[in-house]
Design a binder for this molecule. Structure first.
Ligand SMILES: [Zn+2]
Length: 96
């Protein structure tokens, strides 16, 4: 029974995430932040695009939420930083 619940949570998370992503692209990136997103659809010479700023715009809240969750779980900045380091090490090994 718990497996069915996990599958439902997985599907619900996927559907909500895709909905939020579609709305963000449609109403934010093609809306008031079009000035940053325009060069993604109209290719111009050069390696970097203004659109690359979205990487930072979306990564900062994600990192803050992950670290705030660690602060709650481990109860301190030092313990949270150590936990983050322990989680990041295997990922960096995998990427090598
Ligand atoms: Zn677009």
């Amino acid at each position: 029974m718990i497996v069915v619940l996990f599958i439902l949570v997985l599907l619900a998370t996927f559907l909500v995430m895709e909905g939020v992503t579609w709305c963000t692209h449609r109403f934010v990136m093609h809306g008031f932040l079009w000035i940053l997103h325009k060069d993604h659809h109209q290719v111009e010479p050069g390696f970097f695009e203004k659109n690359d700023a979205f990487f930072v715009i979306f990564a900062i809240p994600s990192m803050l939420l992950i670290f705030s969750e660690l602060l709650i779980m481990f109860g301190g900045c030092r313990q949270s930083a150590l936990a983050l380091w322990r989680m990041a090490l295997p990922i960096s090994w995998f990427m090598m």
